[in-house]
Design a binder for this molecule. Structure first.
Ligand SMILES: Cc1ncc(COP(=O)(O)O)c(C=O)c1O
Length: 450
């Protein structure tokens, strides 16, 4: 089948609800690049939405998978322990963001792991309600749809959703009305802490601490716009949790495994989560997710209440072990911080450059989890125009959030040369879109588009 025929076949027979960045068909991936059927090659700044973090088909991960396939493909966790599962636990214990996090449960997807965290929180506290952040993304299952507050499309028309979920604003200073009205007094480095006040109000008006099992939070809001929590915010949330017997659940499905320059994003704030949720980068593309908590919390669950046919699959765990080893052997975090600095320098230059400053509302992020938010105008999303231009120039990037935001998720081991190339493409695309943008199309601050 020719490329276009294959695409047509996909468009005809694959669920429309999926939606995709391009109708092309990926043939292969290697390192920071993907090649499409037909031969078109792209520099990939999406990495399968932050999954193939060590690059497509990392040789050590591929080798570990191949070797495990011939040893044991499927053991099933309710039958017996599996060696790769235990080896993965052994690899992960030393890199957890707090030494209390020592007992693991593996699942397949991020959504399932978030649901496992909710089950654990409800069971351990004997309380029901869950607090999430506005702008949060926790998945597309029936439970996690109810916890997702980044775009209505994820839950629209699928209700009734799981009850007992409440939301409060995340400290998203670039969109906070208090910060915007403060004339520069408050900003992302000096948050007004209104979200803390609103959390305290929520616990008095809507969900009493005695009914609240957990606060679930992405330390860096992912689908909601790549927004790192403002300094001091997570520390205050931890205090509120401690005071009220509420568990703090860090959803690090997207921000974990080195993405922000530390193994887990929450380490930037030194805050201890009670439950940590992980997925995506854990196995570089094999379907694997998990939760970790302290033993006394995890051991409240009855044997048999957890498990599942494919969860913690032996091959996926073997890939996870190879990922953990590669992190150390290849000094991945050092590269994340060096390349992240280059990306952030380039974004800051664009923000102050008179050629592009007028269309940029905010640049932000940590490590290689960075974003640029545009001042969107009447003509529609600037981000989508930049995204299309980048694709024309040979690079895949993603938009995110209801605000006009482009996010950058390159491989954590991207080379200096590929980062320079990506930055050059991005600069060219943004300059071209800025030059074609009429003044009335640019709002004075970031506006929600969808
Ligand atoms: C923070 C966060 N939590 C949960 C999920 C859901 O993970 P999955 O798509 O593997 O179910 C995602 C996916 O993007 C995510 O970013």
């Amino acid at each position: 089948m020719a490329t276009s025929k294959l695409s047509q076949f996909g468009l005809q027979h694959v669920a429309r609800g999926i939606g995709r960045l391009t109708p092309e068909v990926i043939e292969s991936g290697s390192g920071s690049h993907v090649t499409m059927v037909g031969g078109k090659r792209y520099l990939d700044f999406t990495m399968g939405i932050g999954v193939a973090n060590l690059g497509h088909c990392h040789p050590k991960v591929t080798k570990a998978i191949q070797s495990q396939v011939g040893q044991l493909l499927h053991g099933q966790v309710n039958i017996a322990f599996q060696k790769p599962y235990l080896e993965l636990v052994e690899q992960l214990i030393p890199i957890m963001p707090h030494k209390s996090l020592d007992t693991f449960f593996f699942w397949n997807s991020g959504s399932e792991a978030v649901e496992a965290a909710v089950k654990l929180a409800r069971h351990a506290t004997k309380k029901q309600n869950i607090i999430v952040m506005q702008g949060s993304y926790h998945g597309r299952t029936m439970g996690t749809m109810a916890m997702t507050r980044s775009k209505t499309v994820y839950g629209q028309g699928f209700g009734p959703l799981m009850p007992g979920v409440f939301s409060v604003p995340f400290p998203y200073c670039a969109q906070c009305s208090v910060a915007q009205a403060s004339g520069g007094k408050y900003s992302s480095s000096n948050c007004c802490m209104d979200p803390i006040r609103q959390l305290e109000v929520l616990l008095k008006q809507e969900t009493a601490p005695s009914d609240t099992a957990a606060i679930v939070i992405e330390p860096v809001l992912g689908e909601g716009g790549y927004v790192p929590a403002a300094p001091g915010y997570l520390e205050r949330v931890r205090e509120i949790c401690d005071k009220n017997g509420i568990l703090l659940v860090a959803d690090e499905v997207q921000s974990g495994f080195g993405r922000t320059g530390k193994m887990f994003a929450i380490e930037h704030w030194g805050v201890r989560p009670d439950i940590l949720v992980m997925a995506k980068g854990i196995a570089n593309g094999m379907p694997l997710s998990g939760i970790v908590a302290r033993k006394d919390l995890m051991d409240t669950q009855m044997p048999g209440s957890m498990g599942g046919t494919y969860g913690g699959n032996a091959v996926a765990c073997a890939a996870g072990v190879a990922v953990a080893k590669a992190f150390k052997e290849e000094r991945i975090l050092e590269n994340v911080n060096a390349r992240g600095q280059e990306l952030s320098d380039m974004l800051s230059k664009l923000r102050s450059d008179p050629k592009t400053a007028d269309i940029i509302h905010d640049v932000r992020g940590l490590g290689l989890m960075q974003a640029i938010e545009f001042k969107s105008g009447a003509a529609g999303s600037i981000g989508s125009k930049v995204q299309a231009k980048c694709k024309e120039l040979g690079m895949l990037i993603l938009t995110t959030s209801i605000y006009d935001t482009l996010r950058f998720i390159p491989a954590l081991n991207i080379t200096k040369e590929d980062m320079a190339k990506g930055c050059q493409i991005l600069k060219e695309a943004i300059e071209e879109v800025a030059a074609g943008q009429k003044p009335q199309e640019t709002a004075t601050r970031g506006q929600a588009l969808e």
